[in-house]
Design a protein around this ligand. Structure first.
Ligand SMILES: [Zn+2]
Length: 174
């Protein structure tokens, strides 16, 4: 019996995490033993645990009406080997933002988010530490660009000018 309840607990909690992009092949899978999480708030502790993991991006699926069960459409980028959309489970009520609100309700459907990607036996793909993506204006043209909180810098796709998240940082063209 004890063995059985232990197995049920394992169904609920992350088994593996998607690691940083610079780790190759199978090493991109990070075992749950080495990642510290806050299970109640469904977030990864910042610091060494968060630094091991990839920061994924996606779009909150409509209608987002269930506070305990939402889905995020994972950005697949250039990977054409994946034909079907990948739906990532998340808990809108527990997705705390910097201002204290969560991601509960239809007004968050279609919103762009960043998160860490876990694999659980109960829910399949699951998102932890979900934050609304911030947009920054290109320093040269009116284009707005998404940047994750981990990124710090991006290059405009139209005028190729780098933009950093630090306001007032000197641009490379000057
Ligand atoms: Zn630009």
């Amino acid at each position: 019996m004890q063995k059985l309840s232990k197995r049920n607990a394992r169904l609920k909690w992350p088994k593996e995490w998607l690691g940083r992009e610079d780790a190759q092949g199978i090493r991109r899978l990070v075992s749950s033993n080495s990642v510290a999480t806050d299970a109640k708030e469904r977030k990864v502790h910042s610091g060494p645990s968060g630094e091991k993991l990839a920061v994924c991006k996606g779009t909150i699926c409509s209608p987002n009406t269930r506070p305990l069960a939402g889905h995020i459409d994972l950005d697949l980028g250039e990977d054409v080997t994946l034909k079907d959309p990948v739906k990532v489970f998340f808990v809108p009520k527990l997705a705390k933002q910097y201002n204290g609100s969560n991601l509960e309700g239809t007004k968050y459907a279609g919103k762009r988010v960043q998160f860490h990607l876990a694999f659980t036996l109960a829910n399949g793909y699951e998102a932890y530490t979900i934050k609304l993506l911030k947009k920054y204006k290109c320093s040269k043209c009116p284009r707005m660009m998404e940047m994750t909180s981990h990124q710090g810098r991006t290059v405009c796709s139209s005028c190729k000018v780098p933009t950093t998240t630090r306001k007032g940082a000197p641009s490379a063209s000057q």
